[in-house]
Design a protein around this ligand. Structure first.
Ligand code: HEM
Length: 465
């Protein structure tokens, strides 16, 4: 019998799943290749199974827009983020429904332009401090270096607290927390994770270590006293005086639609702080690291960057006012996030049957939208593998909006997008005025797709300009 919904309920073509968990193991082996091959072979919608779980990979920009924006109410967060609740609790990234809406309304003002403007000063101070610490000719692990730098920035701008002393501990804990990401798709993980397996024990220890850092910062804000080490750092480095920060704002925040309601509980503040702490540094760090890698292999692009920096900034420490003028710098960062999107894939769960093209996505299925796949689709990006920032200085033509979505879209679009653009542009502008990074005989880095897309093995040497 025909239904009103129903173009087609027959299986959507996709990679063979005749072996139990077959698609899952191919994904586990090489997620980037698995998604790319699947989309190129089966088209804009491909269906397969991870164990008993039905999965759809959707790669047509207008359908991506449908999932994220137009029909967003029919989709919840995907399995990986549901499982990230063990680490992030009910923070913005993992929360859903009314609770998410309320938290988003309450927290959004922190990320308005005028606040980001205030944070810009701290961004360039940290970048300048890092720039001064670099030794010419010494090999640098730029993935790690950029992670330390952006961790310091998110720590200071959002927590008014110097967390760089904890950078190694946080870095290690994060690595442990995310390194088993591929297992997030294993059926029955919730039961398995209760078993005393070393992998899960490591993840729990990592969460406890991260919790300790965040709780220390919360305690400092409650008593209004930054730690002795933070005060010493501010004095020693001539950093700007602490300003009202995220924790202070979260403590004071009220839902604008219900201003007489009480504020957030301690647990909620911890969850939001942990979410922004993690979401706010690893992604930008990876964008920076990939940008240095790409610049190191494109002398013409780099020369044009240097020309722009000389013309606009001329050796000064850059400011927020420079950001709109740094058009080529922005194009470089845009192109870097096209080729190596820090958020390389996003998941959604289908909450009610929904028609896409000629197919029905059934309730309970998972939908995967992959920036890695779509950002390299030759229909929208001629010579997709090639680093060409000039793409961003031309009009987009008839390229659909969701052919590029490094920050997601719709009501769940990255809350830190303006923060991230400002940070990335100011970091490139501060650091590239002094240094170029070259790879020499080191092999190129490989993309490591965990929660974010890290460059693995990115070793470069700093040369003075
Ligand atoms: C280059 C840097 C960044 C990239 C590529 C990025 C990417 C993303 C993406 C794709 C999402 C949507 C996830 C989904 O819908 O499933 C997201 C959400 C989010 N991001 Fe970012 N992000 C970046 C930087 C930041 C920064 C700097 C912050 C905070 C300081 C931040 C905080 C968040 C939060 C809290 C959410 C959840 C928003 C919500 O669901 O309401 N991100 N980000």
């Amino acid at each position: 019998m025909a239904t009103s919904l129903a173009p087609d309920r027959s299986p959507v073509p996709g990679p063979s799943t005749w072996l139990p968990g077959g698609a899952y193991w191919a994904f586990r082996d090489d997620p980037l290749a698995f998604f790319t091959d699947t989309a190129r072979t089966y088209g804009d919608i491909a269906g397969f199974k991870f164990g008993p779980q039905k999965v759809y990979l959707i790669s047509r920009p207008e359908w991506i827009e449908d999932v994220l924006v137009k029909s967003a109410g029919k989709f919840g967060k995907g399995i990986a983020l549901e499982r990230a609740k063990a680490l992030l609790g009910e923070g913005l990234l993992t929360a859903s429904g009314q609770h998410h809406l309320k938290q988003r309304r309450t927290i959004q003002p922190l990320f308005h332009r005028q606040h980001v403007q205030g944070f810009a000063e701290a961004m360039v101070h940290h970048a300048a401090r890092w720039r001064d610490s670099v030794t010419p000719g010494a090999p640098l692990d730029l993935t790690r270096e950029m992670s330390r730098l952006t961790l310091g920035i998110v720590g200071e701008t959002l927590f008014s607290s110097d967390v760089q002393g904890d950078a190694d501990e946080v870095q290690e804990a994060l690595t442990d927390a995310v390194s088993n990401f591929a297992y997030a798709f294993i059926p029955g993980l919730n039961y398995l994770s209760k078993l005393p397996l070393p992998m899960f024990a490591r993840m729990r220890t990592a969460r406890d270590r991260l919790d300790r850092v965040i709780h220390r910062v919360i305690a400092e804000r409650r008593t209004g006293t930054p730690s002795t080490s933070a005060k010493a750092t501010v004095a020693r480095e001539g950093l700007p005086a602490p300003r009202p920060d995220l924790i202070a704002m979260l403590l004071a925040a009220r839902d604008p639609e219900n201003p007489n309601e009480g504020g957030m509980s301690d647990t909620q503040i911890r969850d939001e702080a942990m979410t922004i702490f993690l979401a706010g540094h690893e992604t930008t760090a990876n964008a920076m690291a990939w940008t240095w890698h790409l610049l190191g292999s494109a002398p013409d692009v780099e020369a044009r960057l240097h020309q722009e920096l000389t013309a606009v900034v001329d050796g000064r420490i850059p400011t927020m006012d420079d950001v709109p003028k740094l058009e080529w710098t922005r194009a470089v960062v845009s192109e870097s996030m096209r080729l190596f999107p820090p958020a390389w894939t996003m998941g959604r769960r289908v909450l009610q049957d929904h028609a896409i093209g000629d197919h029905i996505l059934e309730k309970g299925a998972l939908v995967i939208l992959s920036q890695w796949v779509v950002h390299r689709d030759p229909r929208w990006w001629p010579e997709p593998e090639s680093f060409q920032p000039e793409r961003w200085t031309r009009a987009a033509g008839d390229r659909p909006k969701y052919a590029y979505f490094p920050f997601g879209g719709g009501s769940r679009v990255c809350i830190g997008e303006a923060f991230a653009w400002t940070e990335a542009i100011l970091l490139v502008a501060t650091i590239a005025q002094r240094w170029r990074f070259v790879r020499g005989s080191e092999p190129p880095p490989t993309p490591e797709p965990r929660i974010t897309l890290r460059p693995k093995g990115l070793r470069m040497t700093a040369l003075a300009r």
